[in-house]
Design a protein around this ligand. Structure first.
Ligand code: GLY
Length: 568
């Protein structure tokens, strides 16, 4: 039976009745087809329309890779504040026929003309907002190239078929949900700053109310152009010209050649074992797979219980502290800097790191406290098809509504992913992350990411997961993997809903969600020397799929946080 994310079913009831009927029919037809084949498929994404696009694509004979193209393109339309054609991401893929696992790296790249004076004044002080808004914030997008590549190399359907649902949503419009309305309201002034952006995402200059029909005809035309011409529909011709003009009018320094030369890269994922399970996760330029491998490598040395127990939480926090320290010291785009990945995730090294963990007391990160500025956004979806092909994709435009630039006539909203570079070791990014020279800006380089699309395989089955949340993606995935592997049975909905805590070396504090941690829990961590910082909202929007090796049944679960703006 095909499962879909719970959010898929429960959010549907909020939509118009006629639309609900249409989607429900598609879902039932899918179920009948998959059931007959004694196989199962499942999709979990952040939006019911995106999950529906994926189901529709599977139903028409597509595989998980076609479905991933359909879901990613649909999310670009219906969740424009999170990801889109103007952004990038990582598609972790498993091909059932030969077991091949690769990561399609669609991370954005710095433009060739990037210069220090774009981000610093003449006395060397960082220019406020230079990496988060306007033309200097935007890096060269990777998503359109990835969609074309995946359809052509791994899919079964023509690109246009998989893009069709997204075109439909963009041209016909979709009813914005409460989450859209609240995020647009949060970013109303930012969106109002650019007339084209305001026109694309606001209702007569104001944040729309839930239920407002958002139409994006220009984005529909751009998607159709990509459907006809493949990557050239975006990286050449009038769309490319409009993108360059829009970025440069907003203070950036793009050239047509930056777009022409953009290439996705197929990379070997990070692969390792933890207590008998095989884990496959994002490679550089994401720090996610390395941080996960390091953290689990350290934790394998300890007896672990439920991750919510203070003694185990202390160990997880200390492992994260050390993994994030290495992120800051060593990690960057491996096409530009030499990163000793094998050593960093090797057993000798993680054993040494584990030996520095005191089970009774917190270490100190050598840093000064600081506040984060603004939470960013990203999206994740997980897919498995009836044959066992699978995709875990985490996609982003970075901050909510990215750089806030929509290029004329294209409907394409550009990312602010330049902020993921380290501008200066003393300047934290949007997520409070510091870094070093390995992640310094350079022409054509990809900024370091925390996106962690992940597969976990053990005796129970295969888990496909990931989440948005900037640096907190890594701790979300870590906590979920630990709990999944600890439990003899799988309660997927519990796994995506678990209360979250996070540490990232700097600032030296344990961030916790406002719910789920008792006074006793906090006191136990404080007694070990941790500084607890309760964040005023929950974070993440995990999307997970699990297929049992025992029954063959697939299930999907969406984070309950995704129903509200609190989930970003
Ligand atoms: N833009 C967030 C990340 O890649 O980590």
């Amino acid at each position: 039976m095909i499962s879909s994310a719970q959010s898929f079913s429960f959010r549907l009831i909020r939509l118009q009745r006629s639309w609900f009927r249409a989607v429900a029919t598609v879902l039932l037809a899918c179920c009948a087809t998959a059931g007959a084949a004694q196989q199962t498929a499942a999709i979990a994404s952040a939006h019911p329309l995106a999950s529906a696009a994926g189901h529709d694509t599977l139903k028409r004979g597509g595989n998980a890779f076609d479905a991933a193209v359909a879901v990613a393109a649909a999310l670009a339309v219906v969740e424009p504040y999170s990801s889109g054609l103007g952004g990038g991401g990582f598609f972790l893929m498993h091909r059932a026929t030969d077991g091949r696992e690769i990561m399609v790296d669609a991370r954005e790249t710095a433009p060739a003309a990037v210069a220090r004076e774009h981000y610093f004044d003449s006395s060397g002080r960082p220019l406020s907002g230079a990496s988060t808004r306007g033309g200097t914030a935007a890096a060269i997008p990777g998503i359109p190239a990835a969609l074309a590549h995946m359809a052509q190399r791994y899919g079964r359907l023509p690109l246009g078929d998989s893009l069709a649902p997204a075109v439909r949503y963009a041209r016909g419009g979709f009813a914005v949900d409460a989450r859209y309305a609240r995020i647009a309201s949060l970013r109303e002034h930012f969106l109002q700053d650019n007339a084209k952006t305001a026109k694309a995402f606001l209702d007569h200059g104001r944040a729309p109310a839930s239920g407002f029909l958002l139409r994006q005809p220009e984005l529909a035309s751009t998607l159709e152009l990509i459907a006809r011409e493949g990557r050239n529909g975006f990286y050449a011709g009038h769309v490319a010209q409009a993108l360059v003009a829009a970025v440069n009018a907003a203070g950036g320094a793009w050239r047509a050649a930056d777009l022409e030369h953009y290439r996705i890269v197929e990379r070997e994922p990070v692969r390792f074992t933890y207590r008998g399970a095989t884990i496959t996760a994002a490679a550089l330029p994401s720090a996610g797979g390395i941080a996960l491998a390091q953290s689990l490598g350290m934790l394998e040395r300890f007896e672990m219980s439920d991750v919510s127990r203070p003694d185990t939480a202390h160990l997880v926090i200390e492992a994260l502290r050390r993994a994030f320290q290495d992120r800051a010291l060593y990690l960057g785009d491996s096409d530009f800097v030499s990163v000793p990945v094998a050593r960093l995730i090797g057993r000798d090294y993680t054993k040494q790191l584990a030996a520095t963990i005191d089970p009774a007391a917190a270490a100190r990160s050598d840093a000064i406290e600081g506040e984060r500025t603004l939470s960013g956004n990203t999206t994740h979806f997980s897919v498995i098809d009836a044959e066992g092909n699978r995709v875990a994709a985490t996609l982003s435009i970075n901050g909510l509504f990215g750089a806030g630039i929509v290029a004329a006539g294209t409907g394409v909203l550009l990312n602010n992913e330049m902020d993921d570079f380290t501008l200066h070791p003393a300047v934290p990014n949007l997520y409070g992350l510091r870094g070093g020279v390995a992640n310094a800006i350079a022409p054509g380089k990809r900024p370091l990411s925390s996106m962690t699309p992940t597969f976990v395989e053990d005796d129970k089955g295969v888990l496909i997961l990931g989440a948005p949340g900037g640096s907190r993606i890594i701790s979300q995935v870590l906590l979920t993997v630990l709990e999944y592997l600890r439990s003899p049975s799988v309660d997927l909905q519990r796994l995506v809903a678990m209360p979250r805590y996070h540490h990232q070396y700097w600032p030296d504090r344990v961030e916790i969600e406002p719910e789920g941690f008792t006074l006793e829990w906090r006191a136990a961590l404080t007694a070990r020397g941790h500084q607890i910082h309760m964040v005023n909202r929950q974070w993440g929007n995990m999307q997970a799929v699990f297929r049992s090796k025992i029954t063959g049944e697939a299930q999907a679960a969406s984070d309950p946080r995704g129903t509200d703006v609190g989930g970003y």
